[in-house]
Design a protein around this ligand. Sequence first.
Ligand code: GLN
Length: 490
Amino acid sequence: MEIYKKSISELSNLLDKKSISSVEMTKYFINRINSYDSKLNSFITIDEESAEKEAKEADEIISKKKHSLLTGIPIAHKDLFSTKGTLTTCGSKMLENYIPPFNATVVEKLKKKGMVSLGKTNMDEFAMGSSNESSFFGHVKNPWNLEKVPGGSSGGSAAAVAARLVPIATGSDTGGSIRQPASFCGLTGLKPTYGSVSRYGMIAYASSLDQGGPIGKSAKDCAKIYDVIKGFDKNDPTSNKKTSLKSIDFKSHKEYAKNITIGLPKEYFSEELDENILSKAQDSIKVFKKMGFKFKDISLSSNNLSIPAYYIIASAEASSNLSRYDGVKFGYRCKNPKNLEDLYMRTRKEGFGKEVKKRIMIGAYALSSGYYDEYYIRALKIRRIIRDSFMSAFNEVDYIFAPTSPSTAFNIGEKTSNAVEMYLSDIYTTSINLAGLPAASIPVGMINDLPVGMQIIGNYFSENTILNIANSFQEETDWHKKIPGEFDNE
Ligand code: GLN
């Protein structure tokens, strides 16, 4: 039946027609994980027992005809979403044994719809990274080429979906962590408007930037998840009531393309961009033009300020958020502390990895009384300038189209000793988080057997049209259907 290739609607149809039960479908994907994940390391926890239990419950609901489209469909969650009774590590030794007593809102909402959680995916420690090399549980490999990184920090989710070990997965995007791994692995990833998906129960990295969202095979699959996880949540103080609760409705491009002008920011197509990526970008623009979308050159001149501003703000917030890991309340605690100070010091020294410590130090420095104005306040001012430049761009155009990353997936180990190089791989994604805007990354081609992604950026709460534009492209092209050879069999 080639179940691994099927979209969410197709899987749902099979369940509906009783061609397969959810228990069988769950076992099928668990088998795929068991046979393939030793190559990828995309899972930290595989939850066979509870997955089977959830699948049985889903089958009962289906037999009573009380199911929704998602009932009985397997999913995996990035290991920063709290899952009641299931290990939630955030990729860190600090939380190596942490079992949350509650579900994150995202997890709870999908569970209520009857989705079956297969387990928790690997990630950069505390979501800090662009390559999935900072995980305490080892790095993740890219299914397209096992010598390459899958991108980060949601690299486990992306690798698992790309190898078709699971139909769809959740991720989080603080500075690009949904879009960049989606782009490196040939997938579609949606980073929603800040505040439209609840952060309750998502382990915090940088609270004013973090946003959860789906990583899937297509815009249509991502929409199915986004429709469920979006919406106001009183448990998240930054949750936004303006998020539309209407389901995403897909239209033919003939109905709307001619009314849409898409901006091409010249700063995103600058020298840093690999020329092969540029040529794939141009090919994809041709596809859009053929459908009737109009294009216009624009400028987002503040983009070059986004990396320094992002790394100051994200690290400042991280240094504050991560102060809770002190060995007292929960998480790792060092052995035989001599006194309270020794407990704090050794717990944090032993529990956090190098990248996390670096961020805490940068953040604490930027927030210290002597440097606060010079770094943190300045970064906040830049953040406002970046937001304003997007707002003025949206006076000229309706959407923006830009590369997701300046390169395709790079080699494992290639950038680990050069922090600046690593941070620069986020050059096209971080400004969108600083502005709080929504954006989706879609696959638009391949270079040397590695996928290339482009992002569609919209104004606040424009996910409906972003996903429509992505879907229109996917109706005209097959890039999103490509599967890495090694994993393309039953
Ligand atoms: N690579 C960026 C960072 O390390 C973004 C990570 C993310 O979006 N979680 O901060």
